[in-house]
Design a protein around this ligand. Structure first.
Ligand code: PMP
Length: 392
């Protein structure tokens, strides 16, 4: 019934797209596919850039369109305008409220991805004759470790690499004069997550790119948190950086201004030309996160969603979860099937049910379902159903 009701609407929309955007050949077909999929409960489980709530797409379109926007179209706004400075300030306040960030932390929204902070965190926080310890729990934590080594002395305090990163290593070997311990709170590619922060005698610096805003944060032993936007709060090329005041100013290095967190703090996150679109999308996403019920709501929802999918994986003997149960991520669920043929067949089965973006990382293969905040419970139910009903 529902689909019949939608058919005339979709056809009219298709005609509208063809008329108004005068696309050619395959682009027309592609536009129909995308448009149809979005309105027909199509769910995209990609690990980033991730699924955005449809209303956010509409808000972006309206803000960018010179015909419909009552204000200056978004892409023409100067990063020095009052409008933009107010957006950044709103984002800082929203992040502070959502994550209950204490007053002794600086909050920055910077026009970079998370990878920049692999190096910048060490450059800004690591004094001479001190070390940064790293927990290697997956691909990104190893990248962070290798990048930081260019800025000072680093070492591995624990690693699950010999076990193909199938768990979170728990036993730490910390050396003297360790300035901080770096972790990746959620391993986007391998599908494990720190369900609580490690017990560490030194402050923790955490890359929370793929689970920030999905649960409350315990700030008591955190020195710094950073995260890219494209999972839970926006689109690529924006990062959120949260630094405890006393972590800064100890390096005795002459850091070039553009790489110096203090310069970004001094200029209220607007040191140079900013990514206005990214900041706007983050603003809409943070507001949306707040309206949905904040991080407590998403913590509860994430647990519900991941439990449904893990249960289905565990019940169908054709599927194998790739991580040990206690460290399984609520954000990125990794699984495999025994052969390539079965994996291709499952991908088709899922696509036919309107579920896409499930293939694993290019280095790893298998499957990976990202259950970030914008993925509704209904999508997890559909995915669990797809896994349960797959017979090969
Ligand atoms: N850290 C983690 C945990 C990630 O998942 C990613 C991206 N998937 C990154 C860092 C790198 O982010 P960016 O591409 O924005 O530099």
């Amino acid at each position: 019934m529902k689909k019949n009701f939608k058919a005339p609407f979709l056809f009219a929309s298709y005609l509208y797209i063809l008329k108004n955007f005068s696309l050619q050949g395959s682009a027309k077909i592609c536009s129909l596919n995308l448009y149809t999929k979005y309105f027909m409960q199509f769910f995209h489980f990609s690990s980033g850039p991730a699924f955005l709530p449809p209303q956010i797409h509409q808000e972006i379109q309206a803000a960018c369109n010179p015909k419909t926007s009552s204000k200056t179209p978004l892409l023409l706004i100067s990063h020095r305008s009052d409008e933009f400075l107010s957006l950044i300030q709103q984002n800082i306040l929203l992040a502070k409220k959502l994550l209950d960030i204490p007053d002794n932390f600086h909050i920055l929204f910077l026009p970079t991805g998370a990878s920049y902070h692999f190096y910048l965190s060490a450059l800004n926080l690591l004094p001479p004759l001190h070390s940064a310890a790293f927990i290697l729990s997956g691909y990104w934590s190893k990248k962070a470790y290798l990048a930081a080594a260019n800025a000072g002395h680093t070492y591995i305090a624990a690693s699950s690499e010999p076990d193909n990163f199938n768990h979170i290593p728990k036993k730490l070997n910390l050396q003297q004069n360790t300035q901080y311990l770096h972790i990746t709170s959620n391993n986007t590619i391998y599908g494990t997550q720190f369900h609580q922060l490690p017990d560490s005698p030194v402050p923790i610096v955490a890359d929370m790119s793929s689970d920030i805003f999905s649960k409350p944060i315990d700030w008591s032993n955190l020195g710094m948190v950073y995260a890219c936007a494209q999972k839970n709060f926006g689109i690529p090329s924006l990062s959120l950086v949260i630094i405890r005041e006393d972590m800064l100013g100890k390096t005795q290095k002459n850091i070039p201004e553009i790489l110096d967190y203090q310069a970004h703090i001094n200029s209220n996150s607007v040191y140079n030309t900013h990514s206005v679109l990214q900041v706007f999308v983050a603003n809409r996403m943070l507001e949306w996160t707040h309206k949905q019920g904040g991080v407590q709501h998403f913590q509860h929802l994430s647990k519900q969603k991941s439990a449904l999918v893990y249960q289905a994986i565990d019940e169908n003997s054709l599927f194998n979860g790739t991580c040990i149960n206690e460290d399984r991520s609520d954000m990125n669920i990794c699984f495999t099937l025994p052969t390539n043929e079965l994996e291709n067949a499952f991908e088709n089965h899922a696509e036919n049910l309107g579920l896409s973006g499930l293939r694993g990382h290019r280095h790893l293969g298998g499957f990976r379902a990202a259950l970030y905040n914008p993925i509704p419970l209904e999508a997890a139910e559909k995915l669990a159903e797809a896994i349960r009903t797959f017979k090969g």
